[in-house]
Design a protein around this ligand. Structure first.
Ligand code: ADP
Length: 267
């Protein structure tokens, strides 16, 4: 089993990702696709007059502050436009894909974090009314049913809180939790960069290999949102996933290239 997470940043070629996945699926490979949608969510949020608000925690992690209205816009884009766009592409390629969020069947579950500590103008503030959380539990029953029925699951945040409230969760870490729960052979984190760069944005500074035991030491090279990918990779390998690959989803055959060792391989 392979878990493929494709991001939501500018430059990602979803046609290329879907074509590669469809070919491999038809060859009999079992895989699950998890996707993001942050770039499009930002655009739609601006257009709807509710621009995105990003906050940075005291430890340096950036996340989207998700009030109720932002959550609704987030769902429109992630569960609507992005998810159905990917499902349609796969259906056109002859793959019977099913798109679900983490709320559906409580596939992704975690604790609802209502407030977040954020650094603003050098001061730490507490912001309330947040609908975020982290995936702590993956309920695989629905996924097993779909796979047994020959369907390719296409999953996206939000997740469900333990009380059934929709929460915005990081897609990379959700994909990592899924890969652990399914005992996947590999987790691919595909984005709009060649992999983890030692000196971002210099693409020539690509880090090719990271020993699994060492992955947290590489957090220092990742800025802002890349940190979540490195954290997800650490969680996946610590949970028993043998290989995590940060790969390039901008062109070519992104899944096959990553599985062939292109990008940053954590193992
Ligand atoms: P996605 O939405 O595709 O999952 P993110 O935007 O969350 O991706 O994270 C990928 C981004 O992280 C890259 O586009 C890049 O701007 C940024 N980044 C920060 N530090 C690094 C690094 N060291 N190597 C590669 N990318 C980095």
């Amino acid at each position: 089993m392979i878990v493929v997470k494709v991001g939501g940043s500018a430059g990602i070629d979803y046609d290329a990702v879907c074509a590669d996945i469809a070919a491999r699926w038809k060859d009999g490979e079992r895989l699950i696709l998890v996707h993001g949608g942050s770039g499009e969510t930002n655009r739609v949020a601006e257009a709807l007059g509710h621009p995105p608000k990003f906050v940075t925690s005291p430890s340096g992690y950036t996340s989207r502050f998700t009030d109720r209205q932002t959550l609704e816009i987030f769902e429109m884009v992630y569960c609507g436009k992005m998810n159905k766009g990917i499902v349609e592409r796969l259906q056109r390629l002859g793959v019977n894909a099913v798109g679900l969020s983490g709320l559906d069947g409580r596939i992704f579950e975690g604790k609802h974090k209502d407030s977040v500590r954020a650094v603003e103008n050098g001061k730490v503030k507490v912001l309330r009314g947040d609908h975020t959380g982290t995936v702590e539990r993956v309920n695989t029953h629905l996924i097993d049913l779909l796979l047994a029925g020959g369907y390719l699951p296409v999953l996206t945040p939000p997740a469900s809180s333990y009380d059934g409230v929709a929460i915005n969760v990081d897609g990379d870490r959700a994909a990592a939790a899924l890969a652990v729960a399914l005992k996947a052979d590999a987790l691919l984190l595909l984005s709009n960069v060649p992999g983890l760069l030692r000196a971002y944005p210099d693409e020539a500074s690509l880090i090719r290999e990271i020993p699994a035991a060492d992955v947290e030491n590489y957090l220092e090279f990742a800025q802002d949102r890349m940190k979540k990918k490195v954290l997800g990779a650490a969680e996946a390998v610590q949970g028993g996933v043998r290989r995590v690959i940060f790969g390039d989803a901008r062109h070519g055959q992104p899944v096959s290239a990553a599985l062939g060792g292109q990008g940053t391989v954590v193992s």
